[in-house]
Design a protein around this ligand. Structure first.
Ligand code: MG
Length: 246
């Protein structure tokens, strides 16, 4: 009955609810050489995104100071300086997750019955994502999530704060009106897990969805996979393929 101790489950978006870039690259391509090339191109993109000399541009994007449109020319310039070659990919690589119907924007169906059960137990379900504005007018949709499945969605670009900094976790707790020990936080990036641990949240580092849900069951001491688990997953999956995710 540990679910009574907890009042909210807070989930990351990319790499937890929807696929992350690494998930998508591992599934694309049929030939091993294609996979090798894609992995190499992803590594190059990440090298630029997470390099020290580029960090202020990445910060400004995730904190909503710039949009993808404004960020992209900087990215191309730094990519050239890091790798000695032009970045030939399209700007869409950064915003595909907001386009309905794409694999990048599809919530993994396994989550729907789990989120429903968590809410039935009286806990809140929140999302905390480091994301960004897509266009310079800040009018395009910034997540593919259907709000009905979540009590509240926290977006770094709208808050001007980002994970793994302490202030964003404290803001989320304050908005949810809960204490750190009443929250469970799930993220695929270890830095974000470490940031949440420092604030005192209970955390699950998501490297595998099934294991993550099992860990959640252990912490909450409730079963999240009911008898209809597989049937509900299939039903949700069929809904996703026939209607856009918002
Ligand atoms: Mg993530």
């Amino acid at each position: 009955m540990n679910s009574r101790k907890y009042k909210a489950v807070i989930l990351d978006m990319g790499g937890v609810l929807i696929p992350g870039p690494a998930d998508l690259h591992s599934k694309k391509g049929k030939k091993s050489e294609d996979l090798g090339k894609k992995a190499e191109s992803l590594q190059k993109i990440f090298k630029t995104l997470f390099s020290e000399d580029f960090s202020n541009h990445w910060h400004d994007l995730e904190c909503g100071i710039t949009s993808i449109q404004e960020f992209y020319p900087y990215f191309k310039t730094f990519y050239y300086s890091h790798h000695g070659e032009e970045y030939l990919g399209a700007i869409e690589i950064f915003s595909n997750h907001t386009i309905p119907g794409r694999p990048e924007s599809t919530v993994k169906p396994i989550w729907f019955p789990v989120l429903k059960k968590i809410r039935e137990e009286g806990l809140k379900v929140a999302v905390l994502t480091n994301n960004f504005w897509i266009d310079s007018t800040r009018s395009e949709k910034t997540t593919p999530l259907d709000e009905k499945h979540y009590d509240i969605i926290f977006e770094s670009c709208k808050l001007g704060m980002r994970k793994p900094n302490r202030d964003i976790y404290e803001h989320v707790l304050s908005e949810l009106k809960i204490q750190p020990e009443e929250a469970i936080f799930i993220d695929d990036l270890i830095q974000n897990i470490e940031g949440a641990n420092q604030v005192g949240l209970t955390t699950i580092h998501c490297t595998d969805i099934d294991k993550t849900i099992s860990s959640l069951e252990d912490i909450l001491e409730i079963s999240l996979k009911n008898d209809n688990f597989e049937k509900e997953q299939l039903l949700e999956a069929s809904k996703i393929t026939t209607c856009p995710a918002n």
